[in-house]
Write a protein that binds this ligand. Structure first.
Ligand code: NDP
Length: 249
């Protein structure tokens, strides 16, 4: 709710569309200063304008999360500008669904580099600041695909299962002494641009049909879930939330 995150500084990766955009907007509404990271600078600028018009504070940092130097610079610039880093939402992701026997290995690499390595790098860069503060919150966007494997999703499933394992191991490493929280968010079907980039035509069509046929989640539904987790008092760590549209099997 409004004011809950007053004085907190957050980074949201993949803030140029979908879940990341909605999340950045909602965290800003709750009072957080928000660094907006993604590759499309124009989209980030428009979002920053909207946040500022509503009285919030935003910082645009064009970032490709597959580039370790850019990720380090994102974290440094956020801390320099806002004076702290309290929340990192690792949301940037791509879903390049293809059967493995038809897959372009560049697509497999891209998914690992964005969904998994990008998330690990950003977390690695943010941790020292959070450890120094003695507090922090890492929110990793996984998926139902991080718990349930499906034919046609081997590469995507591998990255999201990876995110789940990484997050739980990290929780055990940094929750106790460092007082750093980790939250894993696992959405089902959300109506965003994600499906637009699916390289396999049939898989793209199937995904879009599924989205159309059900009352799918909106990006705001997931943003609200994230805002709930990060809005808890510091001694409460919401470890994992799985959210499906009611109609999803
Ligand atoms: P969108 O396609 O709308 O958003 C993806 C975001 O990731 C964009 O802002 C994009 O920005 C960013 N991104 C992609 N590649 C990079 C990169 N190399 N560096 C920085 N940013 C990058 O989809 P969603 O909002 O749906 O996806 C957000 C997350 O939610 C993903 O991790 C996805 O796997 C997950 N998810 C989505 C579900 C759904 O049904 N939609 C279900 C479950 C999980 P840009 O192109 O400007 O760089």
């Amino acid at each position: 709710t409004v004011g809950d995150l007053e004085g907190k500084a957050a980074i949201v990766t993949g803030a140029s569309s979908g879940i990341g955009e909605a999340t950045a907007e909602m965290l800003a509404e709750a009072g957080a200063s928000v660094a907006l990271a993604a590759r499309r600078e124009d989209e980030l600028e428009q979002l920053a304008d909207r946040i500022e018009e509503n009285g919030g504070e935003a910082l645009v940092v064009p970032t490709d999360v597959t580039d370790g130097d850019q990720v380090d610079a994102l974290v440094d610039e956020t801390v320099e500008t806002f004076g702290s880093l309290d929340i990192l939402v690792n949301n940037a992701g791509v879903m390049l669904l293809e059967r493995l026997d038809e897959a372009d290995t560049d697509n497999l690499r891209q998914m690992v580099e964005v969904n998994l390595l990008g998330l690990m790098d950003a977390t690695h860069s943010a941790l020292p600041y959070m450890q120094k503060q003695g507090e922090g919150h890492i929110v990793n966007i996984s998926s139902v695909a991080g718990r349930k494997a499906m034919a046609g999703g081997s590469g995507y499933n591998a990255t999201k299962f990876g995110v789940n394992g990484f997050t739980e191991a990290l929780r055990q490493e940094v929750s106790g002494e460092d007082f750093i929280r980790t939250t894993l968010i696992e959405p089902g079907y959300v109506d965003t641009e994600l499906a637009e980039h699916i390289p396999d035509d049939e898989a793209q069509e199937q995904t879009k049909e599924a989205l159309e046929q059900m009352d799918a989640l909106e990006a705001e539904d997931i943003a609200r879930t994230i805002a709930f987790a990060v809005g808890q008092p510091a001694h409460v760590d919401v470890n994992e939330i799985l959210v499906r549209p009611t109609e999803q099997e």
